[in-house]
Unconditional design. Structure first.
Length: 185
């Protein structure tokens, strides 16, 4: 009886008062509850759970419908220009020349030079712009055109201090600049 008494005394006075002892008691209780639940639930049925999963992959697109990717191997359509109207390259070159301006030009003259080649939205955005803030002085090479659609192109013009990116759209049979963006080297 003394051995049992000493074991119980050790358990309650030392083991259960330490963190390790408390952790062991909690672990025994958790595993006991889990074991009792498994015994009470009976044998597991292999047909339960994910047995009704599909035998083949689920597709959301017809695999024979063609390419549905973002990137296309087809060449973009050529921009359409009305007979006698300037091409996107010509419009971009004229706009760049007007955008660069000339020494001594007033803001009113600068805006008047840009207006015929700009959409109304761009004209409104440039209303408070100052020609003295243009960060370049001259075009240094030929323009490069990237056709996006038949009615929308992007033109890149190399300048002495960076690159001018213009987005042109067709309007009333001609090309107009809709977006001006400056890219530093």
């Amino acid at each position: 009886m003394t051995v049992m008494r000493r074991a119980l005394e050790f358990l309650f006075t030392r083991a259960l008062r330490s963190r390790l002892g408390v952790a062991l008691v909690i672990a025994v209780l958790v595993f006991g509850v889990i074991g009792a639940a498994r015994l009470a639930s009976g044998p597991l049925d292999p047909a339960d759970g994910l047995s009704s999963r599909p035998s083949r992959p689920i597709t959301t697109v017809d695999p024979k419908a063609g390419d549905d990717g973002v990137l296309s191997t087809e060449a973009p359509p050529s921009p359409v220009t009305s007979a006698g109207a300037p091409t996107p390259e010509q419009t971009a070159d004229r706009f760049a020349a007007a955008w660069l301006g000339r020494p001594g030009m007033t803001a009113e003259e600068w805006h008047a030079g840009l207006r015929p080649m700009s959409t109304s939205a761009l004209t409104e955005k440039l209303a408070g712009a100052d020609p003295g803030g243009v960060p370049a002085e001259e075009v240094t090479g030929p323009s490069s055109v990237r056709a996006r659609t038949e009615t929308f192109v992007e033109v890149l013009l190399p300048l002495d201090r960076g690159r001018l990116r213009l987005e042109l759209v067709t309007a009333d049979g001609g090309w107009l600049v809709d977006v001006v963006d400056w890219e530093r080297p």
